[in-house]
Ligand binder design. Structure first.
Ligand code: ZN
Length: 232
């Protein structure tokens, strides 16, 4: 997993003027009794005004950490605009469709290609396991080397990238909920290859590829996704 500051900066930079905004301090808190997984605080009298806290119990799952930080970064952006730049009244706070938080979440979800990446409850519900299915596409990179990407929803932009891949090489397309595939380096449009030490990932990719790989044409892509086999 990338460090928390790097993840936070990535999402803040996706937002208008975000790259010019300071990052919040990011703290990992361990209070098992709390009912929140992430929280964003603004303290105008402090030198670093924004603070984002993430519960330690969520730190095992990269995807959960990314979703939590992205949710709280939307609040940080919201706080900055309301309190630091004086750009809005009470209706801009909270999670309502009029809020800055909502506008920010829409932007990031569009870029992530996933409507449910940031949700209103994504910092409240206690999720350690990813219980949602997503797609995995596996391709051969070299003679004995496999690459993979994963995605849960296909936007126009991502679709063009998938088409480019299937035009070039055979691929295996499956649906799964296996955490092993959920590397942030493999989130479409990025293609990941397993590290040399990661033999179990290499083996998983090879076995899945052998079982499901075939050459698709562009027009077959929508059906290939609909008919993708579910892998446990
Ligand atoms: Zn929130």
């Amino acid at each position: 997993m990338e460090d928390l500051q790097t993840i936070a900066r990535k999402y803040l930079n996706m937002l208008p003027k975000g790259s010019a905004m300071p990052l919040p301090q990011i703290l990992v808190e361990n209070s098992p009794e709390s009912d929140w997984n992430g929280i964003a605080i603004w303290e105008p009298k402090r030198e670093i005004k924004g603070t984002v806290k993430i519960q330690k119990r969520c730190m095992d799952d990269t995807r959960t950490v990314e979703r939590l930080i992205a949710h709280e970064i939307c609040h940080h952006w919201q706080h900055y605009r309301i309190y630091e730049e004086g750009e809005g009244g009470v209706h801009r706070s909270g999670h309502s469709p009029a809020s800055y938080w909502y506008a920010a979440a829409q932007i990031i979800n569009e870029l992530e290609g996933d409507d449910n990446f940031i949700t209103e409850e994504s910092d409240a519900s206690y999720v350690t396991k990813n219980d949602k299915q997503f797609y995995v596409m596996i391709m051969k990179n070299g003679k004995h080397e496999y690459g993979w990407i994963w995605f849960s929803r296909v936007t126009e932009r991502l679709r063009r990238q998938l088409e480019e891949i299937i035009r070039a090489v055979p691929v295996a397309i499956v649906k799964t909920d296996r955490d092993a595939f959920l590397s942030s380096n493999a989130k479409l449009p990025r293609i990941a290859i397993p590290s040399e030490e990661d033999e179990s990932m290499s083996a998983l990719l090879a076995a899945t590829y052998d079982m499901y790989a075939r050459k698709y044409s562009e027009v077959e892509l929508p059906n290939a996704l609909i008919n993708a086999k579910t892998m446990g």
